[in-house]
Ligand binder design. Sequence first.
Ligand code: ADP
Ligand code: UDP
Length: 237
Amino acid sequence: MQKGEELYRGKAKTVFFTDDPNLLILEFRNDTSAFDGEKIEQLERKGEVNNKFNHFIMQQLESAGVKTQVENLVSDTESLVKKLKMIPVECVVRNYAAGSLCRRLGVEEGKILNPPTFEFFLKNDALHDPMVNESHIVGFEWATQAQIDEMKTLSFKVNEVLSPLFAKGGMLLVDFKLEFGTDSQGNIVLGDEFTPDGCRLWDSETKKKLDKDRFRQGLGSVVESYIEVASRIGLDL
Ligand code: ADP
Ligand code: UDP
């Protein structure tokens, strides 16, 4: 596989063309950002840890019947993935209240949400990723109603697969964000990443935060915690 020109440089990953028009290389960098890019730091080994973590999780999801971008790892920090036409919304599932939900609704952090909640946010840093509803998504033609329904169904399926996986490792999957796209045949496929950068994970007993909130809140040991999460689900990094 020949790595080609850079297609896009995001806040944490760089996307490259390959000699296959249906495949891209995602490079996971050490850059870590929060608050829509206002806080940015380089964290040693984070690119490698997130690349391998993401590959492991996408493989688990693929085995459970969720169509994902996964192809294979190409280096410590790079993965070969299916090229998708990304749908510009973020899908957020929550099992416990945290983050923006607490700020927006004034609810207590840690409240159990049963059944889990689902939210859409528009991917737009300049507008601070505003929450949008299904009629906005259809009305502005970001996705069709059928695609919306499928993204929701798949997001809950991901929750059903991953919550028990993290529970076995003594962790609560508090919430997570997914991005979907369409492949060359128009199928909805899970893209982007699933790493501790885009989810919340707490130790089940102590409620210690093991995810990117350690970076957002300046708690330290960010990458060390990601490595601990990986090891608890059977991935030694
Ligand atoms: P951001 O754009 O939020 O700064 P990243 O630094 O993670 O995010 O950049 C990765 C970019 O690549 C994102 O815009 C994401 O939507 C896009 N992307 C992720 N997976 C794929 C894929 N399989 N095909 C095409 N684009 C993808
Ligand atoms: N999230 C993300 N990217 C975003 C916004 C949110 O990965 O641009 C993740 C975040 O890490 C958390 C979940 O989505 O696991 C819900 O985030 P929330 O809405 O609480 O926003 P936050 O205050 O964390 O930005």
